[in-house]
Design a protein around this ligand. Structure first.
Ligand code: SF4
Length: 420
């Protein structure tokens, strides 16, 4: 195969893979055994995202963009008139090794359209990973996209060679899936997810008894949801994400704003892209649910079905619950401290640690690195507080937005003056 042909394939299949955002690699660990090539540290390889969301430190490609399915939201769907291409197994192996040796990449993210059937495709994805590990002694990071409906046996094999596996749920609700991807069944996603979860648990348990038991998908499994293709509210999306985290021990759920690629009356019209800010707000909420002790219903409910775009979800929650504030920085427990806008989890731990030695005042809080422009209205510290101003939540929100804006303007102007 000539170099030009490979380049052509690469440009088609790398471009088709850019819609998948679930390629970060945190958590994988695979050491070089001195006979092999590369290694993958516990910090994960660095994720470098291009403007359109691609993670450039991984070779991120599809094995093929041929597909027998016709999911309305997907550029690769069979009815779309696009250039098609397919890599051979050995071509992906060679590309990965060559790119790795040249230090272009730290690993491989391999997904695929479905050709012939799920098992036929999955078998090829597994073969790439297997060849890289067994024939090339490749110890870099491998993330394989699992094909919905793939057999248990192939899923088991995939996890023995890949660091991370993911099955993209794509559409957050069953009704949305039925409308936009009628060829796919909900169970086609659930079954492989269940299999991966069980295998991870089983291999971990066996490793405790027999040290030589191989690791199974050491970086766990993840999934991705498309946001804004099927009209789900942020509440629907976050309930769905919580279900996948709990039921399948997901490491990450990724949220990818829908980019209109077709005029189809089931989908938002062309030119109505989901704002990046909506994705950010979903990620912030995801974080609050997993690490800050919030429940979905506190942030999103019948009266508040979608996240505010102008303020972050924690500030939004605090403004709707002003009766809980101000919180005494020197007395509050960890859970309440974590609920104060402008105070992150790291600052919570610093406050708890510092409190062992002294009563904290405003100077200490600033030194800890708290975002005082937000936090000051929600706390009391040595009996001093700003909260007495008795502002309504509406006025308070405007005041905070104004101070954030002037802070941003100040920073922006100082940056400009550097170049003038
Ligand atoms: S099965 Fe996957 S690749 Fe094929 S059309 Fe649906 S989303 Fe696209």
């Amino acid at each position: 195969m000539s170099f030009d042909k490979i380049r052509q394939k690469l440009s088609i299949l790398a471009d088709a893979a850019k819609y998948d955002v679930s390629c970060s690699s945190s958590g994988g660990k695979r050491s070089n055994n001195k006979k092999g090539l590369g290694n993958n540290t516990g910090f994960g390889i660095c994720h470098s995202y291009t403007e359109d969301g691609r993670c450039v430190s991984l070779l991120k490609i599809l094995l093929t963009n041929h597909c027998i399915y016709d999911c309305a939201y997907c550029v690769t769907r069979k009815s779309n008139d696009i250039k098609r291409a397919a890599f051979k197994i050995q071509e992906v192996v060679d590309l990965t090794i060559h790119f790795y040796r040249r230090n272009y990449i730290e690993g491989l993210f391999l997904s695929s359209g479905i050709f012939k059937n799920s098992d036929f495709t999955m078998e090829r994805l597994v073969s790439v990973a297997k060849k890289l590990r067994l024939e090339e002694n490749f110890n870099g990071y491998i993330h394989l996209k699992s094909i919905p409906g793939a057999s248990d046996e192939l899923m088991r094999e995939a996890g023995l060679y890949a660091d991370r596996l993911s099955v993209n749920i794509e559409i957050p609700t069953k009704s949305g899936l039925k409308l936009l991807a009628p060829d796919k069944k909900h169970e086609d996603f659930i079954k492989p997810m269940e299999k991966v979860k069980n295998e991870i648990l089983q291999y971990k348990a066996e490793r405790k008894i027999i040290k030589s038991t191989p690791r199974y998908a050491p970086a766990g499994q993840s999934t991705q949801m498309i946001v804004g293709a099927s009209g789900e509210s942020d509440r629907d999306i976050m309930y769905s994400a919580t279900y996948y985290y709990k039921k399948f021990n997901m490491r990450r759920v990724y949220y990818s704003g829908y980019i209109p690629v077709i005029n189809d009356n089931r989908l938002p019209s062309l030119g109505t892209e989901v704002p990046v800010l909506r994705e950010n707000r979903l990620y912030q909420t995801d974080w609050l649910l997993r690490f800050y002790g919030f429940s979905v219903s506190e942030i999103l409910n019948d009266t508040h079905k979608n996240l505010d775009l102008d303020i972050d979800p924690k500030l939004s929650w605090a403004l709707r619950n002003l009766h809980l504030f101000p919180i005494d920085i020197n007395k509050a427990d960890k859970q309440m401290l974590a609920r104060i806008p402008g105070i992150g989890m790291q600052s919570v731990f610093k406050i708890l640690e510092a409190r062992k030695f002294r009563n904290l005042d405003w100077t200490h809080l600033k030194a800890i690195g708290i975002a005082m422009n937000r936090a000051q209205y929600f706390i009391t510290c040595n009996s001093k507080d700003f909260y007495k101003q008795d502002l309504s939540s509406y006025d308070l929100k405007n005041k905070i937005l104004k101070s954030s804006k002037s802070k941003y303007d100040k920073y922006f102007n100082s940056q400009l003056s550097l170049f003038s």
